[in-house]
Design a protein around this ligand. Sequence first.
Ligand code: NAP
Length: 294
Amino acid sequence: MNTGVIGLGAMGAGMARNLAADGLLAAVWNRTAAKAEALAAELGVPVAADPADLANRCEVIVSCVSRDADVLEVIQALQPALTAGKTVVDCSTIAVDTARQAGALVSETGARFLDAPVSGGREGAEAGQLVFMVGGEAEAVDALAPVFQAMGKQTTHMGPVGSGQATKAVNQIMAAGINQAVTEALAFGQASGLDMGKVIDVVGGGAAGNWFLQKRGASMVDGVFEPGFKLALHHKDLSICKRMSAEMGVALPIIEMTLKHYERLMEAGFGEEDISALFRAKRDLFENGNMKSL
Ligand code: NAP
């Protein structure tokens, strides 16, 4: 099952490496050519000239780019080379409506489309331990089992196109709440003068333990915020969640608060840092002794 990967960022590079390890990777393409050339040389696969060239070489096209407009741009570039028998699997996090629009564009060609957003972070992508929440035809999901298994540890078919992204919105609201809780609690611990290595170890071993504390706790208290998951991308996701909630007539506190906090951090130039950079704002509360910074 010849598979190509488009978008070799924090997530796509790890996904491509794991597809290569299972003998499935046939080509890669990245907007910034240098990234594609370096990874292609490492993995011994060709760099496609453009997305259509990649689609000509592959039955399965996995894309993992940044935002809604980027996904549509990639789909339009793929379109001339899509035919029946090919499947586009988009792993970017985008709005449900955009996933449906992408699905309709792909269907026009006779090819199939799956919206397959992921959870597990850069580490999950590197380790082949991603969780896929997938919308589209169940049969197409089953047919691609070897591709999903190469990249992940769990694949769940959620329903028609768009339902993968709707599920990912649930995940992103939860991730925002966890980020708020972990950054605030660790800033409090640091301001209390505790040994933070011990705090992370003992709290992480109990009922409050979680993935984010385990993976980002030590780096954030050291003031290191290398992505991981870029804060500006989580802001994009929460903006989608905000629109979805507004359509249901509600404004959810975690979404509203986190968007506000992220906007302040982005204005201060921290949008390309990991989402754990929220710790900067929480730490600031203790250093300034007031709530002005939030
Ligand atoms: P990233 O490191 O910033 O990489 C983004 C990739 O998309 C790069 O390869 C970039 O190419 C490419 N790209 C962006 N716009 C494009 C366009 N218009 N045409 C073609 N390629 C384009 O981001 P990431 O962390 O891998 O995230 C990718 C997607 O996965 C996002 O939707 C994100 O929300 C989602 N996600 C991320 C995580 C995480 O923990 N990082 C977890 C789950 C889901 P260039 O190299 O040319 O910039």
